[in-house]
Design a protein around this ligand. Structure first.
Ligand code: COA
Length: 324
């Protein structure tokens, strides 16, 4: 017997304001045709001035708690992935803890950009497996619109805002791949690629929040390779064949990256959850948002095996294998 982190609740939140590709074409020299053809993105959601990351995270968390029949006070751990915190400090997770009325346990952030949810999931899963917590909220949330340079057509059409989360509960299980819960998560990084995708600012460099800057082609080149390789590795490590995977729920950056990852891995696109057309790239929020969407539209069902690969700034990358 072993301890497993089972997903007992899923939540998501998208701000009401939707910006279409035609809206973006009014701001920069671009077109709906170019954006759809090169990225698959059709719309993205933008938070308004007063909506911070913690506000969106609390809304997603309330939905997840509700679906699990719990309140904030039932949680003893919050791990939150974001690169768009409410403030430089304290952690955005602290505001979420307060917003949920949770007075005990601990709450902290992890920074791994588009791999943020996977890093947060691995951290929470490890703590639950070690008996250091019993019920965890794992959140990916971003207000990327607040660090987007809306004069730069190379980046501004690609990103959106949103929050997604899961509630994990530690439960005894047999310790096989038939168990429900997080079966395994692998995470990696290579900091030598940091300049390829980063913010132009930061408190200890120039006292500024900065804007997203990116070498799109270099990121693209690594994304599909890294996501496919780590996916293959986690399957092999856990003695699971690709055929057993019901759904690939990847980080949603660009439909062409999703297609290239699926092709390299050898999984048909019919088994890939894609929300990039509706959400654009929401960094740490994209995987849990895609998971929530897949469950909501009835594709992803209880007991199914899910493979969640991601890749982001750092570079960071990883994959999680989960039986829902
Ligand atoms: N509208 C119109 N033209 C645009 C444009 C836009 N929004 N953005 C860039 N272009 C132009 C470029 O200026 C370039 O013009 P040039 O050849 O005259 O210099 C041309 O389109 C082609 O650019 P290129 O970089 O070859 O396009 P691409 O097919 O590689 O697609 C990305 C660009 C950014 C969509 C793609 O590289 C990508 O998705 N990268 C990964 C980005 C990502 O998701 N990062 C987040 C972390 S995972």
């Amino acid at each position: 017997m072993t301890l497993r982190s089972r997903i007992i609740g899923i939540g998501s939140f998208l701000p009401a304001h939707i910006s279409t590709n035609d809206d973006m074409a009014k701001i920069v020299d671009t077109s709906d045709e170019w954006i759809v053809e090169r990225t698959g993105i059709r719309v993205r959601h933008f938070a308004d001035e007063n909506m911070s990351s913690s506000v969106m995270a609390v809304k997603a968390a309330e939905q997840a708690l509700n679906s699990a029949g719990l309140t904030g006070d039932d949680l003893d751990l919050i791990v939150l992935g974001t690169v768009t915190p409410d403030k430089t400090f304290p952690a955005t997770a602290a505001y979420v803890q307060a917003g949920l009325g949770m007075k005990h346990g601990c709450a902290f952030d992890v920074v791994a950009a588009c791999s943020g949810f996977l890093y947060a999931l691995k951290t929470a899963d490890n703590m639950l497996r070690l008996g250091q917590a019993k019920t965890a909220l794992v959140v990916g949330v971003e207000t990327l619109s607040k660090i987007t340079d809306f004069k730069d057509r190379n980046t501004c059409v690609l990103f959106g805002d949103g929050a997604g989360c899961v509630i994990l509960k530690a439960e005894e299980a047999a310790g096989t791949s038939a168990d429900r819960g997080v079966l395994d998560t692998l995470i990696y990084s290579d900091g030598s690629y940091a300049p390829e995708l980063c913010s132009t600012g930061g408190p200890s460099t120039n006292h500024d929040v900065g804007y997203i800057t990116m070498n799109g082609r270099e990121v693209f080149r690594h994304a599909a390779v890294n996501m496919a390789e780590v996916s293959a590795e986690i399957l092999q490590k856990n003695g699971v064949s690709l055929d057993e995977v019901d759904w690939l729920v990847p980080h949603q950056a660009n439909i062409r990256i999703l297609e290239a990852t699926a092709k390299r891995l050898g999984i048909p696109m019919e088994k890939v959850i894609s929300t990039v057309d509706l959400h654009a790239n929401t960094s740490a929020a994209s995987i849990p948002l895609a998971l929530a969407e897949g469950v909501k539209n009835g594709k992803i069902k209880e007991g199914q095996l899910l493979l969640l690969p991601g890749m982001g700034a750092g570079f960071t990358w990883g994959a999680s294998l989960i039986r829902l």
